[in-house]
Design a protein around this ligand. Structure first.
Ligand SMILES: O=C(O)CCC(=O)C(=O)O
Length: 333
């Protein structure tokens, strides 16, 4: 028990942790700064993120969630449990790894009206216009995710996936519906984008381009949150999200997710935002070419089927960069 309320045991990546605790603290919103763009930008530059309650209209988010659940339902049997109303989003017992449809960059669901109304509605556009002090644009590619039981996203920075446009690029993570820490929420490592202890990490791993550098696997630095904090410092934070809430962060902010320990599918989407006048990463705009997952959570399913001779693993790179300790080095020798 802490002054923040009842403590629960949740899983951050591969680690069971008490929430809230010193290992995983409560994220606090910055709604008191809304409307003061300079203060919001200072907060973003200082902490590496902005947590905003109710940026989207909760009713519209609920509609978007239903549209995604309907898409999952129509993708075939054995995904959502039939004993429950499909609107509840309960996973079928048989629905294992790879059973939920892949929805990242899949226009028939990412650009359906109910989803676009949230992700490309006037509220986020107006928010980013105020924050950036000029017209904003968002990538057409949307990273819409249905996260299954036990699944989670490992610790990484987004720069490794989308650094071919402007540096002034931000991620906005939008949960579709209420998402508790037990269902798989996004966690940020506060100040990881700027603490001096992260400098070597940012200059090596953070400067990678996973495609250009032929990385094999997810693109994550680690699945263990404490490998980050033990080595470099920072502070992991997350919270229970309600429909309408968003978490916005920089391309250099280390983040990951808690695991989905429930029987409910966690639905969320990460979108990218930048000044309209700046160059945008061509892979994610206009008529972007849809491709099967090469990185991230779904890459785990593919690693074994892809030729690895020309690829490099994160373990090899970490060794080269001097990030492995003695026991880890032994494993890769
Ligand atoms: O939703 C997730 O599990 C991961 C999201 C993420 O990595 C991002 O928003 O950049």
């Amino acid at each position: 028990m802490t002054s923040d309320g009842d403590a629960r045991v949740v899983r951050l990546g591969t680690r069971d942790v008490t929430f809230p605790s010193a290992e995983l603290c409560q994220l606090h919103d910055c709604n008191h700064l809304l409307g003061v763009s300079q203060a919001l930008m200072e907060e973003l530059r200082d902490k590496g993120y902005l947590f905003i309650r109710g940026l989207h209209n909760p009713g519209e988010v609920a509609q978007a969630r239903l549209a995604v659940l309907e898409y999952i339902l129509e993708a075939g049997e054995g995904k959502l449990q039939t004993g429950h109303p499909w609107e509840a989003g309960v996973l079928d017992q048989k629905c294992g790894r790879g059973c939920l449809p892949f929805m990242e960059g899949v226009r028939p669901i990412t650009h359906v009206e109910a989803v676009s109304k949230v992700l490309e509605g006037p509220r986020p556009f107006s928010f980013f216009k105020n924050l950036l002090g000029q017209e904003a644009r968002t990538f057409d590619y949307k990273w819409l995710r249905g996260i299954n039981r036990k699944e989670f996203t490992g610790a990484h920075v987004d720069n490794v996936y989308m650094s071919r446009g402007t540096d002034e690029l931000y991620t906005m993570w939008t949960p579709f519906g209420d998402v508790s820490v037990e269902m798989g929420t996004l966690a940020v490592c506060e100040r990881s984008h700027k603490l001096p202890e992260f400098q070597h990490f940012q200059e090596t791993y953070g400067n990678m381009d996973v495609e250009r550098d032929h990385l094999q696997g997810t693109g994550w630095f680690t699945e263990d949150p404490f490998e980050i904090t033990r080595r470099f410092g920072g502070q992991w934070k997350t919270t229970d999200f309600q429909a309408g809430d968003v978490l916005i962060f920089t391309m250099r902010t280390v983040h990951m997710s808690t695991a989905n320990l429930t029987n409910y599918v966690r639905i969320s989407c990460d979108t990218r935002w930048q000044p309209l006048s700046h160059p945008a990463d061509p892979r994610y705009i206009d008529n972007f070419e849809f491709s099967k997952p090469r990185f991230g959570l779904h890459a785990q399913n593919e690693v074994l089927s892809r030729p690895s001779e020309t690829k490099v693993t994160i373990e090899t790179l970490k060794k080269k960069w001097g990030f492995l300790d003695a026991s880890e080095k032994e494993k890769t020798n």
